[in-house]
Ligand binder design. Structure first.
Ligand code: SAH
Ligand code: SF4
Length: 438
């Protein structure tokens, strides 16, 4: 979502004459768009600011100003604290106010910095953003933001605010514009994207399945994906759509966090391990080849060896095509940060590497199983080697192919010949463009 937000910030600033610079040294303004989800992500901000302080000093000496801004969830959560620790920062603003950037830049120029915008504005930024200036073959589109679920470990409800869905017609309009600018795949984004309930033009609200059906009618849009979903919001309509809509790609990122019901309850996830297994079983009934992805947290306060074993058991039973796993990171202001029985760092590390070994093995096996198969690949960009083009399989695997640049933006059948750690290699079986993956 930060990638999407950063692109929108560039769109908002374009009318003021700003364009992308080659690097910080050449820039008149630098915006650090930050993530607060885990401590490590958050800490990066201050080390990066230290470096930019020197850049700013060098430019100031040369008579060239540099506006330094901090955006995103760290800005939202830490606000004033950023000015205290880094007084050379000019603007600090949260994820809901970036449509006001032109005004903030003007205010910072007048007042010599110290502009803070971390209130949740009454108006929606989406109503004030200009159309995207450009789009890649694979584009992001935010349709939902915020969260009302309050998992005990998570900062999102505090930094992104309450759940909000964009009206269905606005999403369709933005999707059409992206496709007109060259997008062939759209990933619908939201912190809880499957909790989407967007106002319909004819009254009532559309759920995610209905929205996807509407978008699937856009002729040149070949592929649709969505993330991130919550297990509780995987309704029957959406599960069934995976078996019905050929443009909806067979990949689902569905974070489970833990395989232990005791831990899931303390996390306030609102589902059990059995609920999750049942959802995956239903999904596989509708779309047997679906690639399943997830997030895991190890070392949540009070997590015992048995709890961790339950997570491993769930992983072994369900088999994931890919996954992200993290050590629990206590976040200030969240209930879990103060919970009893913290798990020692060494135990967290041991459990994380154990889990990652199992997940890594499953990912390798999943990728290896595609060797010899022919998959429709949507080509997105040039690779690093001359004559190489990189695309994605329906299962979101990166596929490296020797092909002409003219293939970019098209879907072609590719025979998979080899797997590397994170990607596949293949050769086009038919140089003629094919349709979307069925
Ligand atoms: N809305 C999604 C997840 C959003 S946050 C969901 O409900 O599943 C992305 C991922 O970061 C989470 O799935 C979780 O695995 C991880 N995460 C969030 N807070 C964390 C914390 N305090 N410590 C470690 N990992 C965390
Ligand atoms: Fe965070 Fe996701 Fe839980 Fe919301 S549902 S609080 S975003 S982990």
């Amino acid at each position: 979502m930060n990638v999407y937000d950063s692109a929108r910030m560039a769109d908002v600033l374009a009318p003021l004459g700003f364009a992308a610079a080659a690097g910080a040294a050449e820039a008149d303004m630098v915006i650090l768009n930050t993530c607060h989800i885990r401590e490590k992500a958050s800490e990066k901000l201050f080390s990066e600011l230290g470096r930019l302080r020197e850049t700013k000093a060098r430019r100031t000496e040369a008579g060239k100003p540099l506006i330094l801004a901090v955006a995103g969830c760290v800005a939202q959560a830490e606000g004033e604290e950023i000015f205290r620790r880094a007084p050379y920062v000019d603007i600090v603003f949260g994820p809901q106010s970036y449509h006001r950037l032109p005004e903030m830049v003007a205010r910072a120029a007048r007042a010599g910095g110290a502009v803070l915008e971390t209130d949740f504005p009454a108006e929606s930024k989406f109503d004030h953003l200009p159309a995207a200036a450009s789009a890649g073959v694979s584009a992001f589109l935010t349709i939902q933001e915020g969260c009302d679920k309050f998992c005990t470990f998570c900062v999102v409800p505090y930094t992104r605010g309450a759940e909000f869905s964009r009206p269905a017609a606005d999403v369709a309009e933005e999707a059409k514009r992206l496709v007109a600018k060259g997008a062939r795949e759209i990933t619908l984004l939201g912190q809880n994207v499957n909790a989407y309930r967007g106002r319909r033009p004819a009254g009532g609200t559309a759920n995610l399945a209905e929205l996807i059906r509407t978008l699937a009618a856009i002729p040149d849009l070949l592929r649709i994906r969505y993330m991130t979903s919550h297990p509780k919001d995987m309704d029957e309509d959406l599960l069934a759509l995976h078996g019905e809509e050929p443009k909806l790609m067979p990949f689902l990122h569905l974070p489970v966090q833990s395989g232990s019901d005791r831990v899931l309850a303390r996390m306030n996830r609102g589902h059990t391990a059995a609920d999750y297994r049942a959802t995956v079983a239903a999904l596989r009934r509708h779309r047997p080849d679906i690639a399943l992805s997830s997030d895991f947290i190890v070392g949540f306060p009070g997590e015992t060896e048995d709890d961790f074993e339950a997570t491993l058991a769930l992983v072994r039973a369900l088999r994931f095509a890919q996954a992200f796993s993290f050590k629990f990171s206590p976040r200030p202001g969240t209930p879990a940060a103060g919970m009893a029985d913290p798990v020692p760092e060494a135990v967290k590390e041991e459990r994380l590497s154990h889990l990652q070994a199992v997940l890594g093995e499953q990912q390798r096996a999943w990728n290896a199983a595609t060797v010899g198969r022919t998959l429709p690949v949507l080509f997105e960009r040039l690779g690093r080697r001359p004559g190489q083009v990189i695309g994605r399989s329906p299962y979101l695997q990166a596929v490296h192919v020797a092909a002409s640049e003219t293939a970019i933006g098209e879907t072609r059948d590719v025979r998979i010949t080899a797997v590397t750690i994170n990607s596949l290699e293949g050769t086009p079986v038919n140089p003629v463009a094919t349709r979307a993956c069925a």
